[in-house]
Every structure is written in C-alpha cells, then in structure tokens.
Write a protein that binds this ligand. Structure first.
Ligand SMILES: Cc1cc2nc3c(=O)[nH]c(=O)nc-3n(C[C@H](O)[C@H](O)[C@H](O)COP(=O)(O)OP(=O)(O)OC[C@H]3O[C@@H](n4cnc5c(N)ncnc54)[C@H](O)[C@@H]3O)c2cc1C
Length: 425
C-alpha cells in the first residue's frame, strides 16, 4: 500500500536505515553479516531470549559452513560446548518396511575430523546467535512485537509495542525474518499457504530412548502413513532426544488424519521403533508448527523489503531442514542490502538481485530435493532401494556420497541408477 507523503509532519520513536523483523537464525544471521560490513540497523523480536522455537533441532552441514563464514570462532565455540551442542556424524534413513541405512556425512567423499553437523535445542542455538549480535551496530529491540507495517514513498513505518506502549519506527528498508508468520510477508506480499508445499510438524522431548546410533546420527523413519514425510529421532546431550513427525498439509487434509495419534502409534506399536521407547520418558509436551517448503519458487523481495528464511518459504522439501537455508539467505540478503545502502536504492528492481543470487545458488538443490520428495512417495521404490543398499556395501558407499554431493544426487533421478540397483548384487 503506497500512502504518499504520509511521512511528512510525523515523528517517530526511532529512525534508521534498515530494520530486521525477527531474531531467529535468519534475522540474527542477517544482523551479524551486516555488522561485519559495519552497517548499522535495528533488530526486533516479539520475544525475549532465551526462547524456544518448535523444531527438530538438527543443525546441518550448511549451518556449520555459514557459521564458519560468519566467524570461524563460532564453530570452535560450539565444539567447546558438547554438553549443549551434540556433534552428529551422519543420518540414518529407514524405509517404510523398517529397513534402514546409515549415511555418514563426508566432505568431498573424505571422512572428516570435526563433527559436520550438530543437534542442539533451539533455545540454546538461537540464544547463541543472539549473543553474537553486535549490539553496537544492531540496536536490538527484543520483547517488541511488530504490530503493523505501512509502506509509503519515503520508507516503511513500523508500529511496535514496547513495555506496553505503542511506538513507531521509520526505516528505508525492512528484512522480513519473522518466520512462517512473518509480519513483513503478511503486510507486503500476497503469499498464501500452499498445502502441496507446506508440512505440518510436531515435536516433543524424551529421555532414555534406547538403541541410539553411534556417532549421534539423526534418524529419519519414513512411515507409510506420512510419506513423503517422516518420523524422527534426533539425539541430544544428556541422553535426551527430540522426537517428532512431519507430514504434507495436503495429505493431512485429504486423509483427515490426526498427526499426533500417528506419532504415538509409531512409538507404541511400530515394530522397529516401539522397543526403543520401552524405558523412555516424555519430558515435554507435544508442540506443533508449520514448515513452508521451498518447492514453489516465490518472489523474495519487492519495493523496500526482502524476505529471508521461513518468511521466504526456504525449507528443503525433502529433509525439512530450514535453518541452513535461513542462514544462507541471510548472508546473500546482507550482501545485496549493503550494495543497496551504498547506492541508496531500495527499489523492487534493485532488490530483485537478492532473488536472483539466492535462487542461482540454491534452486538446483531445492529442485532436486523436491524430485526426491516425490520419488519417496512411491513406497515400493523406497523399500526396494533400501533393500538393495543393505545387501551391497559398494552401492551403499556410492549412495552415501550422493547425500554429500549434489552432482551425485542428480543420479537418483536417473532410471540407470535403479537399473544398476536391480542387477548389481
Ligand atoms: C516441527 C519442526 C521441525 C523442524 N526441524 C528442523 C530441523 O531439525 N533442522 C532444520 O534445519 N530445520 C528444521 N525446521 C525448520 C526450522 O525450524 C526453520 O526453518 C527455522 O526456524 C527458520 O528460521 P527463521 O529465522 O526464518 O524463522 P524462526 O526461527 O521462526 O524465527 C522467527 C523469529 O521472528 C520472530 N517474530 C515473529 N513474528 C514477529 C513479530 N510480529 N514481531 C517481532 N518478531 C516476530 C519470532 O519470535 C522468531 O524469533 C523444523 C520446523 C518445524 C516446525
């Protein structure tokens, strides 16, 4: 909505060039990357920190590589806190028939020295990022929910609450980092929830789950009832685990299922899962939240705004990982915004550069994940692949490489890969 001249004769509680709305991984990463360039900004969050975020708590290799780029010391800090950040060395996939394969994370095919991924409660990871914001340049406003966003010719007017009082801020450009229900997305775009491109997820915490994998592998159990979604067990320090389930919204609606019931049925009855929970104790309640998937290409910017992380629907459509893409999108957004500041150009035309750069780097990977997501809906194919891999170590090694190398992963799309599985014993 353009309201000409509404800025005239108005005074604001804060005036700044840039505001970031949301201090999850996308918002804090944008802040840290902007600060590295010496660019001042304000960062808002409706909550104070530490605060929880409903998640599986898996921090993938992409998170690790963006953290390293932000500041190599950050990674050392995580390695030095094993009681909070549990190093994870791979992923275990179980097909609907219950058979599973372990896929160690590798770097260019080589085994690695330090853990390539982590599992850590979001209350801890997000606080870690918040602590690393440079408050000299970032001007954090936490416990300040954004109530409305109005765009006019001169800039953006944000209305927010602080200590029960209504306040306003005037900025030139706004970064929407408010997650799935981001107020920037709601005010400045026409995004609608697309049930084909959206997962619903539930998670809870258990302690004393039995039979956890060596190397703290994260476990994805592809259950018949939720394909292409899955049930997960992600190990946490202190013999705890994040346990959850995700399913496409389209399928939940079509099949009218109760996701919570499916999750507890798996825990109580699934032949490959139930024995793991015999001594386990639930230590939190089940909580749910949405996962906006990247499988539909959407505009990520417009006049005076960019969207990062879940606000831009950037979650991997196969694995459900969103933290890595949230942080990666933040890095690209900060680079484009730095140029926009220099040129004093916050037009839709200029900020479109963010969409271009981000999709140039991520689209192949997203597209491939989407194809794999659709392939695993064929349970017979999934069962078949896992059965064959089980029998042949060499094939298993090739498959393991596929999950660490995009070019190799391309082969999953090729009929030749399946023929090879069929005839290779
Ligand atoms: C059940 C479940 C399991 C998942 N498991 C994983 C996993 O294991 N690994 C993984 O990589 N990803 C996982 N994801 C996805 C991951 O949680 C998200 O992709 C990630 O949190 C995105 O980060 P973000 O910063 O974009 O948004 P968020 O983390 O949602 O942060 C948004 C921030 O904006 C703030 N905010 C919102 N509205 C306002 C407002 N009006 N004013 C001010 N502030 C506001 C919020 O308080 C919040 O701090 C999972 C998601 C779900 C739901």
């Amino acid at each position: 909505m353009i309201t000409p001249f509404s800025v005239l004769n108005r005074t604001y509680d804060i005036e700044a060039e840039i505001a970031i709305i949301g201090a999850g991984p996308a918002g804090t990463s944008t802040s840290i990357f902007l600060a590295r360039k010496g660019i001042p900004h304000i960062i808002f969050d409706k909550d104070d920190f530490p605060r929880d975020k409903i998640c599986g708590d898996g921090l993938s290799g992409k998170v690790v590589s963006v953290l390293e780029e932000m500041n190599p010391q950050f990674l050392q800090d995580l390695y030095n806190m094993p009681e909070t950040f549990l190093g994870s060395w791979g992923v275990y996939f179980a097909a609907p028939n219950g058979k599973g394969v372990n896929i160690p994370f590798r770097l260019n095919g080589r085994p690695i020295e330090q853990p390539p991924g982590f599992v850590a409660r979001r209350i801890d990871f997000d606080s870690f990022l918040v602590k690393n914001i440079e408050s000299r340049l970032a001007n954090p406003h936490f416990n300040c929910p954004i109530k409305s966003i109005e765009r006019n010719r001169q800039g953006i007017v944000l209305t927010f609450l602080q200590d029960g009082k209504v306040k306003t801020a005037f900025v030139k450009v706004v970064v929407g980092a408010g997650g799935d229900r981001c107020p920037v997305k709601r005010a400045l775009t026409t995004y609608r929830l697309a049930p084909d491109h959206y997962y619903a997820g539930l998670r809870t915490y258990f302690k004393n789950v039995g039979g956890m994998q060596e190397g703290n592998f994260i476990e994805l159990h592809f259950l018949d009832e939720v394909l292409p979604g899955y049930f997960w067990i992600f190990p946490l320090p202190g013999n705890r685990a994040n346990v959850g389930i995700g399913m496409l919204s389209r399928d939940i609606r079509a099949k009218r299922v109760n996701l919570r019931e499916i999750m507890f049925k798996a825990i109580k009855e699934n032949p490959t899962i139930r024995h793991r929970f015999e001594q386990a104790e639930e230590i939190d309640s089940v909580k749910g939240w949405g996962l906006p998937l990247a499988s539909q290409k959407r505009p990520l910017s417009g006049e005076r705004f960019v969207l990062v992380g879940d606000a831009g629907s950037l979650i991997d459509p196969f694995t459900g990982e969103g933290i890595g893409n949230a942080m990666f999108s933040a890095k690209i957004a900060a680079e484009v915004i730095a140029e926009a500041v220099e040129k004093n150009d916050y037009s839709a035309g200029f900020l479109k550069e963010y969409d271009r750069q981000l999709y140039d780097r991520l689209w192949d990977e997203i597209n491939l994940s989407y194809k794999i997501q659709r392939l695993v809906q064929h349970r017979w194919l999934f069962n078949f692949v896992i059965n064959r891999l089980h029998k042949n170590k060499r094939l298993m090694d090739t498959f393991s490489l596929m999950f660490n190398d995009l070019d190799m992963r391309e082969k999953l799309k090729s009929p030749l890969f399946y023929l090879r599985l069929l005839f290779n014993n």
